[in-house]
Design a protein around this ligand. Structure first.
Ligand SMILES: C[S@@+](CC[C@H](N)C(=O)[O-])C[C@H]1O[C@@H](n2cnc3c(N)ncnc32)[C@H](O)[C@@H]1O
Length: 251
């Protein structure tokens, strides 16, 4: 459908009718040939704000999938890079790929739900790419809280987002149409497939991060004209900010 080696329409339909985790398990062997894999141009724009090679000890790739961000993260790290994702088969593909990636820091791939991450002040940097649409608005505070807990004081959380596009724009109308279809799908079929566009946007994401003790910088000159509108957010955990213990899910 997207690429000769990518999934067919029927494969995508089967994936979409599965749970999010199972859907990505099914998609994993062909994921690299879909537009859902974050393009290198976006990763390179993000990388401009992460620092020089070997400038940090440890980085975390949240919802790492097949490891697209390892190429920019591994060279930054002296000690370790950790990728977390709940799809075992996405992690299996990542595991096959990372020996080819630049950099020498050991790569650890962890299976788990990012809303239940139990890392405690282990990372200087956390990034997420291509994944914010999998976090429901009701779960965003918990998502940010788990990231804050994983970072050392002074650690950074970096990601790419945008402001809400105008209601008459093609991007807005297509995204709202897709979201409506997903709401119908999730009302009719269990378990849900959680994937929505226009989530974790500015300025609300900035406000949420500030509420959780981050200083937030927004960079709107990261990308070429073609990707105008995308912005890199770098949120720095304030020193002296206490990490909150994991709460019961759904609280
Ligand atoms: C669109 S892919 C992006 C993968 C990769 N970051 C990239 O940019 O190519 C989204 C990934 O998020 C993972 N994911 C979604 N929700 C998750 C959750 N709650 N916990 C862990 N992983 C999750 C999926 O399994 C999938 O691998």
């Amino acid at each position: 459908m997207f690429h000769p080696q990518g999934p067919t329409f029927w494969e995508l339909a089967e994936q979409c009718l599965s749970s999010t985790e199972r859907g990505y398990d099914l998609l994993a062997p062909k994921f690299e040939y879909t537009p859902f894999r974050t393009p290198d141009e976006i990763l390179d724009g993000l990388a401009k704000y992460l620092g020089p090679p070997r400038s940090i000890d440890a980085a975390l790739d949240i919802c790492c999938g097949t490891g697209a961000a390892m190429r920019i993260l591994r060279p930054l790290c002296r000690e370790r890079v950790v990728g977390i994702d709940f799809s075992q088969r996405m992690l299996d593909v990542a595991r096959q790929r990372f020996p080819d990636e630049a950099g020498q820091a050991p790569v650890e791939l962890v299976r788990g739900d990012v809303l239940d991450m139990q890392f405690h002040e282990e990372f200087d940097l956390a990034v997420t790419v291509g994944s914010l649409g999998h976090i429901l608005p009701k779960d965003e505070p918990r998502f940010v809280e788990r990231i804050a807990a994983a970072l050392r004081p002074g650690g950074r959380f970096a990601f790419v987002t945008c402001h809400m596009p105008p209601w008459y724009s093609r991007q807005y109308l297509l995204s709202r149409g897709f979201n409506a279809a997903m709401h119908v799908r999730n009302a009719l079929v269990r378990p849900p497939f959680v994937m929505f566009y226009l989530t974790f946007l500015l300025p609300q994401a900035k406000i949420l991060l500030e509420r959780h003790g981050f200083d937030v910088a927004v960079h709107n000159e990261a990308f070429s004209e073609r990707l105008r509108g995308l912005e890199v957010v770098v949120a720095t955990k304030q020193a002296g900010q206490d990490s909150v213990a994991p709460a019961t899910r759904g609280q």
